[in-house]
Design a protein around this ligand. Structure first.
Ligand SMILES: *Cc1c(COP(=O)(O)O)cnc(C)c1O
Length: 370
C-alpha cells in the first residue's frame, strides 16, 4: 500500500513501508515473544539511545505524547512540591495546563512564541522562590520550530538542585543529546516523532532514583508512572493495561531502521539537510521564516503566509495535497504562518520536489509573497 501523500507535519509523520508492514501480525500481551523480545528490548534500546550513563531506566505509556507528559508531571511532583514551567509556545503552555488540572503548585516563565528562553530570568526565579522543586521545559518547541537552550537550562537547574523534566517529544531521535551528561531526571518523547514509528504510545526515560521517588504520588490510576514502570520491571515488559501491540511492534522495526540509517547522528544530518534545503528554496521563492536561523531546529519550520490579499491556507493546502504533499497550519498566536516539517521518511530529494510543487502552486495562485 502506497501513501497518497507525503506528510510534512510534526507527527504523526510519514513512515516507511516496512514499519507499516510490521503491524500485520497480532500479538498476545502476556507472551514472552511480545514482552521480553519486543517491549523489554525497546526499553533497553531507548535508554542506550538516550545516554551512555547506566543509572537510567525507561517506561512506555499508552496514549498520545501528552499522556506521557501528564503521567510524568502527575507522578514526579509530590503534594509539597512546586513546578516552574518555561513557556515559549503551545507545548510549554500545555505543561502548565496539566499542572493546573492536577492542582499542582506551579509558576510559569512566560515568553512570546518567537522569543528564546530568558535564562537570566529563569535563574532569578529560582533564586527568588526556593520552594520550587521541579523545572520543566520543551526542547524543540514544535509550535514554531524553535530549539530551546537545553544545556544551559539543565546547568542552571542542577546548580540549584532542581528535578529536571524535559519534553523532548519532537527532538529525541532526531537531535543528538546525552541526557545523563545533562543530568536530566525525566525525558519524555513518543512513538510517532523522530523515531518514525506510528502513534499510540509515549515513553519516559528517567533516572532510576527519580522514578523510585514517584512511588504513591500519581494523581491518576492509568497515568501512574511508577506503577507502570514497576509492572514492566517485574514482569519483563508487561504493560498494566492493554498495550498498543501493533504500534509497539512497528516501533521495534522503526528502531532497527534508525540503527540502519547510522543512528541519531545520521538522522540529524538528514533532517538538517532537509531543513536547510527547504529554507534556501523557500527564500528563493520569496517566503520568509518566522524565526532567525540561529533559533531554528532541524525539525519543523514556520513560514509567514504569502501577503496576497486573496491567499487562503486551506486552498494552498489543498493544491499542494493534490501534488502529493501535506503541510501544516501555523500555531503562532500573533503571526499568520504555516509550517513545514522535515522529519519522518522524508529525504532531500522530496524537499526538492516539494519546492517545485510550491513554485507551481504559487504560479497558479499568482500570489505575490514577501
Ligand atoms: C507532539 C508533541 C507533543 C505531544 O503531542 P500529542 O498530540 O499528545 O502526541 C508534546 N510536546 C511536543 C513538543 C510535541 O511536539
Amino acid at each position: 500500500m502506497k501513501n497518497d501523500y507525503l506528510l510534512l507535519t510534526p507527527g504523526p509523520l510519514s513512515t516507511s513501508q516496512s514499519v507499516r508492514q510490521a503491524m500485520l501480525k497480532d500479538w498476545c500481551t502476556w507472551d514472552d515473544q511480545y514482552n521480553k523480545e519486543i517491549v523489554d528490548v525497546i526499553r533497553h534500546k531507548l535508554v542506550k539511545l538516550a545516554t551512555t550513563h547506566d543509572n537510567y531506566t525507561c517506561v512506555l505509556m499508552q496514549g498520545s505524547g501528552t499522556a506521557s507528559v501528564e503521567a510524568t508531571i502527575g507522578s514526579a511532583l509530590g503534594p509539597q512540591d512546586k513546578l516552574l514551567v518555561i513557556d515559549n509556545g503551545a507545548y510549554g503552555a500545555r505543561i502548565g495546563q496539566i499542572a493546573q488540572y492536577l492542582k499542582i503548585n506551579y509558576v510559569t516563565l512566560q515568553h512570546k512564541e518567537t522569543q528564546t528562553v530568558d535564562l537570566q530570568q529563569f535563574e532569578a526565579m529560582l533564586n527568588r522562590d526556593t520552594s520550587i522543586t521541579h523545572v520543566a521545559m520543551v526542547h524543540c518547541e514544535t509550535t514554531t520550530g524553535m530549539l530551546n537552550p537545553l544545556q544551559q537550562f539543565c546547568e542552571i537547574a542542577k546548580k540549584h538542585n532542581k528535578i529536571v523534566i524535559v519534553d523532548a517529544m519532537s527532538s529525541f531521535g532526531g537531535i543528538v543529546m546525552d541526557i545523563g551528561e545533562l543530568e536530566i531526571d525525566f525525558m519524555i518523547s513518543s512513538a510517532n516523532k523522530c523515531i518514525q514509528g506510528v502513534p499510540g504510545f509515549g515513553f519516559i526515560i528517567a533516572k532510576k532514583s527519580a522514578m523510585q521517588a514517584c512511588k504513591d504520588q500519581a494523581r491518576s490510576l492509568t497515568l501512574d508512572l511508577y506503577a507502570q514502570w514497576q509492572c514492566m520491571q517485574e514482569n519483563h515488559g508487561k504493560w498494566r493495561f492493554t498495550s498498543p501491540t501493533h504500534t509497539v511492534r512497528a516501533f521495534y522495526q522503526a528502531l532497527l531502521e534508525l540503527a540502519q540509517e547510522g543512528g541519531i547522528i545520521q538522522r540529524q544530518n538528514r533532517y538538517q539537510t532537509n531543513q536547510q534545503r527547504l529554507v534556501k528554496g523557500m527564500r528563493e521563492l520569496g517566503f520568509e521564516t518566522l524565526l532567525n536561523d540561529a533559533l531554528h531546529s532541524p525539525i519543523i519550520t514556520s513560514f509567514y503566509s504569502p501577503r496576497a490579499s486573496d491567499y487562503q491556507f486551506k486552498r494552498f493546502y489543498e493544491q499542494l495535497k493534490e501534488t502529493g504533499f501535506v503541510i501544516y497550519p501555523g500555531k503562532v498566536s500573533d503571526a499568520d504562518c504555516f509550517r513545514i516539517g522535515n522529519i519522518g521518511e522524508v529525504y532531500p530529494d522530496d524537499i526538492t520536489r516539494l519546492l517545485s510543487a510550491i513554485k507551481k502552486v504559487m504560479y497558479w495562485e499568482k500570489a505575490q509573497c514577501a
